[in-house]
Design a protein around this ligand. Structure first.
Ligand code: ADP
Ligand code: MG
Length: 347
């Protein structure tokens, strides 16, 4: 990435041609996967997966709707955009090998700002072993739009759909949830403080974990690899991008089942607990409704419990019931209440 330049030294995109921009932002990417036959440079990429089934997923992120550049550095945005996309592939129990990245940018952006964005994209590609094999670059009237498509492959016997959960299966969550949402609350509060007093230097050290979960989340490729190593194929799986509530509802609707999950089993971090206290929020509500943690939610047959029972990274939060009994939360006071979706609304 380029060192800090003064405003006058920055390169306006209008000063250089489209091809030069593309060359510049993609020059540091290397091909890592044998399945990539042809990457950037031709009219289309060529991939070869032999006998596997192909998994493909796209996401679109719009400035002002999905991200706010006043507190998200561009390199983090690049990283997170890739991570969010990979998470969708991992939730099918597949590995992601290729992505394409489309961007639309207004004339407010400079070559250096795109370099920063692509530095973050490259960091995620390196970390997760993914090849950038193409994309498109165009202009927008206002702001930045990023669209990423990711591709993976797997043996059809390993696919984990949302529709596979069966009666009495156990419901498992990886890691902890809700922290990314509280990280956003902290950042938004600091932005308001900054508006009133720009000289105020906030001490955000005690929120480090929460802010990191918001700005630099990770996708759980390690979980997919681990499940494979212990030969455990979940009966269903989904990534937690919109909050546990709405993901549970997706699994239950698609599988035509219900579920009971237990409030005291939901994995939350200590940082989340103390921050919720400070903000006067209920940590269970945050864990159920807060999005962007990119953990995995999956169901397993009870006979497979043995295989995960010693892993501290997994929490069994409940079990699958019949469709008639609905999607429910059993509270710490042993009350059963229906779960409604409060996931992010895009519109
Ligand atoms: P075309 O005119 O055929 O659409 P482009 O000039 O847009 O070709 O792209 C040239 C090459 O660069 C292609 O391989 C394309 O996939 C790749 N590319 C273009 N924009 C991007 C981008 N933003 N990120 C990654 N690759 C890109
Ligand atoms: Mg093009």
């Amino acid at each position: 990435m380029s060192e800090k330049k003064t405003k006058a030294e920055l390169t306006k995109l209008s000063e250089i041609g489209e091809f030069e921009v593309i060359n510049h932002i993609t020059k540091d990417f290397n091909i890592k996967n044998l399945s990539t036959v042809e990457g950037i440079g031709d009219d289309a990429a060529i991939l070869n997966f032999q006998d596997s089934q192909i998994v493909i997923s796209s996401d679109m992120l719009v400035e002002g709707v999905h991200f706010n550049l006043s507190y998200v550095p561009l390199k983090h945005l690049g990283y997170k955009s890739v991570v969010a996309n990979l998470s969708d592939i991992y939730s099918m129990n597949a590995n992601c090998t290729q992505i394409t990245v489309n961007i639309a940018v207004s004339n407010r952006f400079t070559l250096e700002s795109l370099e920063e964005l692509y530095f973050g994209i490259n960091a995620a590609c390196k970390k997760y072993g993914v090849d950038l094999v193409g994309g498109d670059t165009t202009s927008s009237n206002k702001g930045l739009i990023i669209s990423i498509t990711s591709v993976g492959a797997l043996d059809s016997k390993l696919v984990t759909r949302r529709s596979g959960a069966k009666l009495n299966d156990l419901i498992v969550v990886s890691g902890d949830i809700g922290s990314a949402y509280m990280g956003l609350q902290v950042l938004e509060r600091e932005k308001e403080v900054f508006k009133v007093n720009p000289r105020n230097q906030p001490d955000l050290s005690k929120y480090k974990y929460l802010i990191q979960r918001q700005l630099k989340p990770e996708a759980r490729k390690d979980v997919i690899d681990y499940l494979s190593s212990i030969e455990l194929i979940p009966t269903s799986m989904i990534d937690i991008s919109d909050g546990l509530s709405s993901e549970l509802i997706h699994i239950c609707n698609n599988s035509k089942v219900g579920c009971d999950i237990y409030e005291d089993k939901i994995p939350v971090s200590e940082e989340l607990m103390s921050c919720c206290e400070e903000f006067n929020l209920n940590s269970t509500t945050v864990a159920l409704s807060g999005g962007e943690d990119y953990e995995l939610l999956f169901t397993i047959n009870q006979k497979d419990f043995e295989k995960i029972k010693n892993s501290s990274d997994f929490s069994v939060v409940g079990h699958i019931t019949s469709a008639e009994s609905g999607v429910s939360l059993v509270t710490k006071a042993q009350q059963k209440i229906p779960i409604t979706s409060q996931g992010w609304k895009s519109f």
